[in-house]
Design a protein around this ligand. Structure first.
Ligand SMILES: Nc1ncnc2c1ncn2[C@@H]1O[C@H](COP(=O)(O)OP(=O)(O)OP(=O)(O)O)[C@@H](O)[C@H]1O
Ligand SMILES: [Mg+2]
Length: 335
């Protein structure tokens, strides 16, 4: 019976393991023939380890397939800044593991073929859900590329208990779909906010988990977070940001949802709001709760910077500020 044999094997190997453990516990002098056996054993162990390693890095075997190889040859030099030098040298790098899986490389390839991207230069930031890279488009203009991770530590932990259980197939696929939807959401939110003339990076392109947007920074670095700078005129920054929230709510019908000095960049003397993936529309059941939280964060920042303002007053402003002068702008990207 095949099944019985499997179990016998399992038990047998367990027995062997137990024996091995016992041997470890009680080291004793070995005869030369025993030494030879140990060497064999060590060699076996090493072989086993290496073949395991191969199986693991087999995740990258697809890279050796002809069509991907060709694809790679096309884009490899363009993404080398982000990955390191030398053909395939970088396959075992951490950044590669976390960011550049097959679908992501395909997305980069597509964006590069379309001219939306030319080079991927270096990482600007590593967030919980994404890496952001300094990149250029086909005309040499600098752009920011946010590459969302298609799996994280939590997912990796969960999937090992689900993958291989026939009752719950397709989890990877569904997880990827969810990531892609999230990226589309960030892209659409950026478009909508841009159309209302708000200070956010212009969306430039999207393919699956890769979002290309206007780069907010200088030649040498991305702009600092509002959290990290001391502004000369906090009052006017506060007013601008309050108006930002009011336009979001009253005109764009959106709530940012994670409005904080960490998600606002200080660029050219102005506040630029980023990280809008979690922004929700006004009809979302939690929209009001998120709005209060966003305004609370702004009021906290204001108070820290010496502005006398209370939450109720700021809330009233956001809900009632006269915004007749604010018109929707035409914007080439589709929402
Ligand atoms: N358009 C941009 N131009 C320049 N730098 C950017 C741009 N977008 C994001 N960044 C940089 O990348 C960082 C992370 O971006 P973002 O907040 O959108 O990602 P995230 O994955 O949500 O990160 P976190 O989990 O840290 O909030 C930002 O703090 C900023 O330094
Ligand atoms: Mg962020």
């Amino acid at each position: 019976m095949a099944k019985g044999n499997d179990w016998d094997d399992e038990l047998g190997s367990n027995k062997r393991q137990r024996k091995r453990r016992r041997q470890h516990k009680q080291p004793r002098k070995q005869s030369s023939s025993e030494q030879g056996m140990d060497e064999d054993f060590a060699r076996n162990e090493q072989d086993h380890f290496l073949s395991n390693l191969e199986a693991k890095s087999g995740a990258f075997n697809w890279m050796k397939e002809d069509r991907y190889k060709r694809m790679f040859r096309d884009i490899e030099s363009n993404i080398q800044g982000a990955l390191g030098i030398g053909t395939y040298d970088w396959v075992d790098r951490r950044v590669f593991d976390q960011v550049f899986d097959r679908m992501t490389l395909m997305s980069l390839y597509k964006l590069m073929k379309a001219g939306t991207l030319d080079t991927l230069d270096f990482p600007i930031a590593r967030g919980k859900e994404a890496h952001v890279f300094h990149a250029t488009d086909i005309d040499g203009k600098v752009v920011a590329v946010k590459i969302f991770h298609t799996s994280n530590a939590v997912f990796k932990n969960l999937i090992q208990y689900i993958e291989g259980d026939r009752r719950f197939g397709g989890l990877r696929r569904r997880h990827r779909d969810l990531v892609d939807i999230w990226v589309r959401k960030e892209h659409r939110n950026l478009s909508r906010l841009s159309r209302w003339g708000l200070n956010v990076p212009r969306p430039i392109g999207i393919h699956k988990n890769v979002l290309v947007m206007e780069y907010i920074g200088t030649d040498v670095s991305a702009s600092p977070k509002l959290r990290e700078v001391k502004v000369d005129d906090p009052e006017s920054v506060f007013d601008d940001l309050l108006e930002f929230l009011a336009i979001c709510w009253q005109k764009a019908n959106l709530v940012h949802g994670d409005f904080s000095p960490y998600n606002i960049l200080w660029h050219d003397g102005r506040a630029m709001v980023i990280d809008v993936g979690q922004a929700v529309i006004q009809t979302h059941p939690k929209a009001q709760e998120f709005l209060v939280r966003d305004v609370t964060r702004l009021v906290e920042w204001g108070k820290k910077n010496g502005i006398k303002v209370e939450l109720a007053e700021a809330m009233f402003e956001v809900l009632n500020m006269n915004l007749d002068h604010v018109q929707q702008q035409t914007f080439s990207e589709e929402e």
